[in-house]
Design a protein around this ligand. Structure first.
Ligand code: GLU
Length: 476
């Protein structure tokens, strides 16, 4: 949480918005229309649990309906409040515009500690919350489509989808009312890993721009880079796993609720994850140094710092001690507006949340399209693609025989080339393309304009411009 002398999370997002809007030629009326949150619905509902009625407070905030449906996760956490959901809904608007998913921005939250309830209780609470939202079209395939966020996952999304279907028995598109569902309940391959995968693709694209990497004093690729990650939840775990196993990055620090693990030679992410699942925290993990004051590890030396836990963790109290030259915001809003200024002044390069964690909503978009089209991706093309590839391979085999020892096909070429892409490969390809295209749009503005000093401002410029265009197209 940000300290008291800092603006709230929503004010912080507005300040970042204002910084970019000041460089644009928007009419003051349109600027205000884009910035403000359209509506926030608060619901207090009761559920009979353990023999008595317990009252829960939930929110669904809609930031911008320039495109519909509006999109954004539902969070279960004790820190949920109106300011937080409004900040997160605003970030969803800018995020969706930046990665060109055709949605407005929304966010929901339930003020609850999910660890205090068993599965059956959570199902009752979730179904009741979903009922309250669906009844007001705040869950609806064409108007408002939630997804997982902190404290929720596939299980909760399946309950929400089922609750909506029970209430709308003739809606043929009912499954598209929520994304992040399990595969057997209308989900899509690769959604669980999507945000972490997006972080990997974002960093790969960053290092494909040596000029950009140089601004952080970095060069080369991800191989050997020292990474400190905060939060080994769904996003942090997948990001750390992919970066270490596939790109050769060294995860030197992992910060969790109960302290941090540190090993300059690199931690075994899978082993740490397994330990957390079994013991509920990192304490006692045998193969690393444990530091009880976890947040202090944010200040350790490394090449890339990835806050993947929650908002406001880099704030006025620690910003000037952060030593990482590159920070990637895998969480939403981990750097406050004040800290952002301090870091930018120091020359720290920040890959901003609205781009860096957009992998989740990107794959949500694919899932929503899949639900509306009622067919799995690749089902029509896959075998036809394989048949065409077979023709090429047959020709190459003929050439191989003809040329004798002079030339032959590489050993695994045939098997790799023959296999048509399945849904997971298509999802990854679509996600990779999305992250590359969005990065390029941002980087171009960053490099082309002298008045744009950082990637975040560049990202906001691209997003706000797109939102403004769609408002204008509506005649506003
Ligand atoms: N909760 C995720 C986010 O903050 C995903 C939202 C979605 O898939 O709609 O981006």
């Amino acid at each position: 949480m940000a300290p008291r002398n800092e603006p709230s999370f929503r004010e912080s997002v507005d300040l970042m918005f204002n910084r970019a809007a000041a460089l644009m030629d928007l009419s003051p009326g349109l600027e205000e229309k884009i910035r403000v949150c359209n509506s926030t619905y608060t619901v207090r509902f009761g559920v009979r649990l353990r023999g008595q009625i317990q009252t829960f407070v939930g929110y669904r905030s809609v930031h911008s309906e320039h495109m519909e449906p509006v999109k954004g996760g539902i969070r279960y956490s004790l820190s949920v409040n109106q300011d937080e959901v409004e900040a997160l809904a605003a970030l969803m608007t800018y995020k969706c515009a930046l990665v060109e998913t055709p949605f407005g921005g929304s966010k929901g939250g339930l003020c609850i500690d999910p660890r205090q309830y068993d599965e059956h209780e959570l199902e009752q609470i979730t179904r009741r919350f979903a009922y309250e939202l669906a009844k007001r079209d705040l869950i609806n395939p064409s108007q408002n489509v939630p997804a997982p966020d902190m404290g929720t996952g596939e299980r909760e999304m399946a309950w929400i989808a089922d609750q909506y279907a029970r209430m709308n028995t003739t809606d043929i598109n009912a499954r598209a009312c929520v994304t992040g569902k399990p595969l057997n309940a209308g989900g899509i391959a690769g959604r669980v890993e999507a945000t972490g995968r997006g972080v990997q693709y974002a960093l790969r694209e960053f290092f494909r721009h040596p000029g950009d990497a140089k601004k952080a004093g970095l060069s080369g690729k991800l191989d050997g880079k020292r990474v400190i990650i905060q939060g080994l939840g769904n996003v942090g775990y997948h990001a750390a796993k992919f970066l270490s196993e596939e790109d050769g990055a060294r995860i030197t620090g992992i910060i969790e609720r109960d302290g941090a693990l540190y090993d300059p030679d690199g931690l075994d992410v899978q082993a740490v994850h397994n330990w957390i699942v079994k013991h509920g925290g990192v304490t006692g993990f045998p193969d690393a140094t444990h530091q009880a004051e976890g947040a202090a590890v944010l200040e350790h030396e490394c090449d890339i710092l990835i806050p993947a836990a929650m908002e406001g963790v880099i704030n006025l109290t620690n910003a000037d001690r952060i030593r990482a030259p590159l920070i990637l915001e895998a969480a939403n809003g981990p750097i406050t507006a004040g800290a952002d200024e301090i870091l930018c002044e120091k020359g720290t390069v920040i890959i901003p949340d609205l781009f860096a964690n957009a992998g989740g909503v990107t794959v949500s978009y694919f899932e929503w399209v899949k639900n509306l089209s009622h067919i799995r991706f690749g089902r029509m093309q896959r075998r036809q693609e394989e048949a065409r590839h077979e023709l090429v391979v047959a020709e190459l085999e003929r050439l191989d025989r003809y040329l004798g020892d002079a030339w032959s096909m590489s050993p695994d070429f045939k098997a790799k080339y023959l296999r048509g892409a399945d849904e997971l490969e298509l999802v990854r390809s679509g996600l990779d393309d999305t992250m590359r295209t969005a990065y390029q749009a941002m980087s171009e503005v960053w490099n082309a304009r002298d008045d744009v000093a950082d990637l975040r401002t560049a990202a906001y410029l691209v997003s706000i411009d797109r939102v403004a265009k769609s408002y204008r197209a509506k005649g506003l």
